[in-house]
Design a binder for this molecule. Sequence first.
Ligand SMILES: NC(=O)c1ccc[n+]([C@@H]2O[C@H](COP(=O)([O-])OP(=O)(O)OC[C@H]3O[C@@H](n4cnc5c(N)ncnc54)[C@H](OP(=O)(O)O)[C@@H]3O)[C@@H](O)[C@H]2O)c1
Length: 322
Amino acid sequence: MHYRRLGSSGLQLSALSFGAWVTFGSQIGRGTARELVATAWDHGINFFDNAESYAKGEAEAVMGDVIADLRLPRDGYCVSSKVFFGSAREPRPTQRGLSRKHVTDACHAALRRLRVDYLDLYYCHRPDPDVPIVETVWAMDALVRQGKVLYWGTSEWSAAQIREAHEAARVHHLHAPSMEQPQYNLLHRERVETEYAPLYAQYGMGTTTFSPLASGLLTGKYNAGIPADARLGLEGMEWLQPTVLGQDDGRLSRARRYTALAAEMGFAPATLAIAWCLRNPHVSSVILGASRPDQLLQNLAALDLANELGEDIWARVEAAME
Ligand SMILES: NC(=O)c1ccc[n+]([C@@H]2O[C@H](COP(=O)([O-])OP(=O)(O)OC[C@H]3O[C@@H](n4cnc5c(N)ncnc54)[C@H](OP(=O)(O)O)[C@@H]3O)[C@@H](O)[C@H]2O)c1
């Protein structure tokens, strides 16, 4: 494993990390979740990503349970949560969003479910148009000062919103966000590479990027339809199909071109796609998802590939995506 600093902070995260979305608490059972965390840990992964909304809190409960069961040393791993969507089935106004109240309540609930005394990373899962950004910055700062959160950040905020949070922190002498959690993959790169470009140097912003395989599309598993046991075929995940497969925008055909090229060059498409994410020096950690340990093992091979492959390969990959 390689470790990278979270932006200009002193925290070293594994270049590949592991997240719980869709899988923990819903798609997979506790036994598989345990195997996945154990495999990740054995390969040097030190960051496990979660959110209040994943399986309505159940993903955090399962992760907390298996981490405790595996007796991972608390000072050896980092765990995150995210606040915004809520974990209640039908959230009341105070059970979602980024108000001081919900940011605080959600932190306490995540600590309980994950069975930890503090969250290493705590994200605002989306911007909240109904709460002044300065209120959220104050709430995050309070949690940091109370020792309940070490680093806080955002997820899928615009560059302008991130700037506003930094400005509020500067004016009021509060802890500023350290990281952003954006989507980043071969099919979705504009925000990380262009919109955020000035923020890396200006604020020392780190990124923990998500969906390196575009929810599985870049493995080629959807090239010929939706397998029943894959994410897009799961009951309740129908809403994700148009986003992942695209609608008359050539997304599926670009993915097909990509997977054909990867096969032609002799690489597993998943491994190559993750290696591509790792090439970006502004990426602190690529958060992987997996529903089975063999997927995780294949994805972990991206570390070596990222070091081995030359520019000629990457030029061919990028040309195939146009
Ligand atoms: N901040 C946010 O808004 C946000 C949003 C999304 C995700 N995330 C975080 O990022 C993590 C990763 O995102 P993601 O799960 O979307 O990542 P992803 O890598 O794009 O998709 C992972 C899924 O692809 C399939 N897969 C993975 N490796 C494979 C392989 N080698 N061969 C075949 N299929 C493979 C598996 O699904 P199937 O086996 O079911 O097909 C797996 O669950 C999440 O767990 C979460 O922690 C954050």
